[in-house]
Ligand binder design. Structure first.
Ligand SMILES: [Cu+2]
Length: 212
């Protein structure tokens, strides 16, 4: 079908030019070093500066284990402040990573140490909570393995992480969002790029997962 061909081409070309066809690297254990810096990317035929963690967009997948204490050093090599929000993770508020709530963010050149006990299992994600850095690439998956035996067994474990990319300055896109009447979209930053387009340009994706 035309729709699925379009989807395949989009993913293939994006993977080719960004050199990330193998997906994000996976980091496991209890001690992590995450370095944030700019990275030239080419998702559309034009080179733009994205924001990477350890040279990767999406950011590395973090694999934790329920009950472990994890220590995560986040070093900011950007020229602006940054932060990490551990989305959906139960933790002390000082570790939540939202600037202006529990800390001022991580200044350029600074390293902030997050440390907390992992009290749950499942699939989560993390992202920058500073400005619109998330739109420019700062998001990644978290997998927390259960302490006891996993009730769901699988031969292979794959992470599918969907996102959008815009060549526009995310601040410009955000300012336009408010004039388009899609109020709910204001809260859904991942939809920024889509709402610049007219509905007839929307694309729908169907994902199939199977093992052979
Ligand atoms: Cu979040």
């Amino acid at each position: 079908m035309a729709g699925s061909t379009f989807a395949a081409q989009q993913f293939a070309s994006a993977a080719e030019v960004s050199g990330s066809s193998n997906g994000a690297q996976e980091l496991g254990g209890t001690v992590f070093n995450l370095v944030r810096e700019e990275l030239p990317v080419n998702f559309t035929g034009k080179i733009r500066m994205g924001l990477a963690i350890n040279g990767s967009i999406p950011a590395p997948t973090l694999r934790w284990r329920e009950g472990d204490e994890v220590t995560i050093d986040v070093t900011n090599k950007l020229s602006e402040r940054t932060s990490v929000h551990w989305h959906g993770i139960l933790l002390p508020y000082q570790m939540d990573g939202v600037p202006a709530i529990s800390f001022n963010g991580i200044a350029p050149g600074e390293t902030f140490q997050y440390r907390f006990k992992v009290r749950q299992s499942g699939t989560y994600w993390y992202h920058s909570h500073s400005g619109l850095q998330e739109i420019r690439g700062m998001y990644g998956a978290i997998i927390v393995e259960p302490r006891e035996e996993d009730v769901i067994s699988a031969d292979r474990d794959h992470v599918i992480l969907l996102s959008e990319w815009t060549d526009e300055d995310p601040m410009y896109v955000f300012s336009r969002l408010k004039t388009l009447g899609h109020l709910s979209a204001v809260y859904n930053l991942f939809n920024l790029g889509r709402h610049l387009m007219s509905p007839e340009n929307y694309r729908y994706f169907r994902l199939r997962a199977f093992a052979s």
